[in-house]
Write a protein that binds this ligand. Structure first.
Ligand SMILES: Nc1ncnc2c1ncn2[C@@H]1O[C@H](COP(=O)(O)OP(=O)(O)O)[C@@H](O)[C@H]1O
Ligand SMILES: [Mg+2]
Length: 341
């Protein structure tokens, strides 16, 4: 995944101080996803009142929708420490054991990309999650023996963009599971207002609506577009983000009226022009556009599918009539783009 893309990327606090300051710390700062937020609030309060660890939590959904943010919020709301790692960073069982044995009482332990755990590590996690103990092998060969190490009760939070790749036994050990969906335009507008407030960015209401409309229902994309529009407004104007700045800025970034970038349009074009509208398999499609299959499936397709531009069929991806119409409109130029608002 290319990290500088507007539409993709993973959170790296050390690389992006501003994104870090925009990250909600409390449940009430987390905008949208109301049902999930209410439920989580109840479960957190109940666990606190009983002075127990919160049940293990599993989040799935496309990148940038707030999974990592929520994991941190859970720790804050519980008033406990937050430990985070990602599955690819856990190479040997010893790596996991080293963390688990130092996770404090009722603390939150977050594993990102949990679908990528090695089987031997996943097995250790089963015991840890279920019985708060792990089996560690000491020594080698005939003298090797297994010892049980007790753990303090903790809350495991797992996140993945690929629910389908999480094994049944692992999934079943999470007592709270939630799928995050794309946000409504109104929720994205609230998020843009919140971020603009924190970063002291001035923007017109119309500009906010236009940015939200092109943010793919994704808070991370909304924040990035807001910051790019701030750059354009500063250099082209007097700092105020106006509707006109957004129109020019988006066109400079090659982001169209639906928030699709060049790669999204390449996907649609490839299906339509090279494969007669489909069906075409995702491996073939990924090779044609020069992206990894994972990136295609996790980052690009969910939004294209949600917008009704492509469909997943058992034999591959097909372009819908809407996709043909959208490309047609985009190719007729910027005048039409304005009509869409
Ligand atoms: N519901 C929300 N309200 C406000 N900001 C949000 C929300 N969800 C996500 N964000 C912002 O979007 C960014 C990306 O969220 P993140 O938790 O890293 O997504 P994920 O882990 O699902 O890829 C965060 O840094 C945060 O600033
Ligand atoms: Mg994340």
């Amino acid at each position: 995944m290319k990290d500088n893309r507007i539409t993709a990327g993973t959170f790296h606090p050390e690389q992006d101080q501003e994104e870090y300051t925009l990250r909600p710390r409390r449940l009430e700062e987390f905008l949208g996803q109301d049902r999930l937020k209410e439920n989580l609030g109840v479960f957190i309060q109940a666990a606190r009142e009983r002075q127990e660890s919160l049940d293990h939590v599993f989040f799935s959904g496309p990148p940038g929708l707030g999974k990592t943010t929520l994991a941190g919020i859970i720790a804050n709301e519980l008033g406990v420490q937050f430990r985070a790692t990602s599955a690819p960073a856990l190479e040997r069982p010893g790596d996991l054991a080293a963390i688990l044995t130092t996770v404090g009482d009722k603390n939150v332990f977050f594993i990102d990309e949990i679908h990528r755990l090695k089987p031997i590590i996943e097995e250790m996690l089963y015991n840890a999650m279920e019985d708060f103990e792990i089996d560690v092998v000491m020594g080698q060969g005939p003298g090797a023996r297994t010892i049980k190490i007790p753990l303090l009760p903790f809350t495991m939070v797992g996140a993945t963009t690929k629910t389908g790749l999480v094994s049944g036994p692992l999934y079943s050990r999470f007592g709270i599971t939630a799928r995050l969906d794309f946000y409504t335009n109104e929720d994205i507008e609230s998020i843009i207002h919140r971020s603009a407030g924190i970063l002291k960015i001035q923007l017109e209401e119309e500009a906010c609506r236009m940015i939200a409309f092109r943010s793919r229902g994704t808070p991370r994309v909304a924040n990035r577009l807001l910051r790019r529009m701030r750059d354009f407004a500063q250099v082209w104007g007097d700092g105020l983000i106006t509707g006109e700045i957004v129109v020019r800025g988006m066109s400079a970034l090659a982001i169209d009226s639906l928030g699709l970038d060049k790669l999204d349009r390449d996907i649609l074009k490839t299906v339509i022009e090279n494969y007669g509208g489909g069906p075409v398999g995702s491996e073939t499609l990924a090779i044609s556009i020069g992206e990894a299959v994972d990136t295609l499936e996790d980052v690009y397709e969910p939004y294209l599918i949600q917008k009704g531009l492509i469909q997943r069929t058992p034999r591959g991806r097909t372009a819908t009539r809407l996709a043909y119409e959208h490309l047609d409109v985009e190719q007729r130029g910027s005048e039409d783009q304005k009509i869409l608002f």
